[in-house]
Design a protein around this ligand. Structure first.
Ligand SMILES: C[S@@+](CC[C@H](N)C(=O)[O-])C[C@H]1O[C@@H](n2cnc3c(N)ncnc32)[C@H](O)[C@@H]1O
Length: 189
């Protein structure tokens, strides 16, 4: 029994290592992949502040609003918010199939969460009042263009760590930290 458990753990470790190496190799050979943020979930103080700020916005609007996480990864941000606000609708878009499957599994009991597996640039943003994202700098200019084109008046966007170069942030929430990227950028449309 113990041997089988050890083999299982070893296999899991091996799969994890292969996954990491495939990503490292793709970083060198695939330009599109280099511009794609890696699957790092929100964490630490940034995650706490993102949840506080999005929660405050939901409470201020006081209705059944729709919240989007473009590039939702495994759904880390959405899960906490969807549990807190069952009357709101939460949508996560994730283009990596395996990651989207994990997000779907993690949110399976939350009736107010929908995980869509596709490129966020092919999905309309117009129906969302609040957008919370954690992407990566090379993607932000294109992301900003999409927001400018599609966001309705009144939409608010919270961006964890990365700024939109062509749009002036209405607020920058400074967060002390060890890394180069720490702040939360707020954009009001
Ligand atoms: C840094 S993770 C953020 C995860 C989650 N938003 C959170 O805060 O925990 C970024 C995710 O965006 C996804 N992603 C990157 N480009 C995308 C695109 N064009 N369409 C959909 N998902 C994308 C990546 O696969 C990755 O899982």
């Amino acid at each position: 029994m113990i041997i089988w458990f050890a083999i299982f753990l070893y296999a899991l470790l091996l799969i994890g290592l292969i996954y990491i190496w495939v990503d490292i190799i793709r970083l060198f050979i695939d330009r599109k992949f280099r511009e794609c943020p890696p699957m790092v979930p929100s964490f630490g103080r940034q995650k706490k502040v993102m949840i506080e700020k999005i929660s405050a916005e939901i409470e201020k609007r006081g209705s059944k609003i729709s919240v989007l996480d473009p590039g939702c990864g495994t759904g880390t941000l959405l899960i906490t918010l969807a549990q807190k606000y069952p009357e709101c609708r939460f949508v996560g878009i994730e283009w990596k199939k395996a990651t989207a499957k994990i997000a779907r599994f993690r949110t399976r009991k939350l009736k107010n969460v929908e995980i869509i597996c596709q490129d966020m640039f092919d999905y309309p943003f117009a129906e969302f009042e609040v957008i919370g994202c954690f992407l990566m700098q090379p993607l932000m200019e294109r992301f900003g263009e999409k927001l400018k084109k599609e966001c309705q008046k009144g939409t608010i966007v919270f961006s964890n760590s990365f700024y939109i170069p062509q749009i002036k942030a209405s607020e920058i929430i400074k967060i002390k930290g060890l890394y180069k990227f720490n702040d939360i950028f707020v954009y009001k449309f």
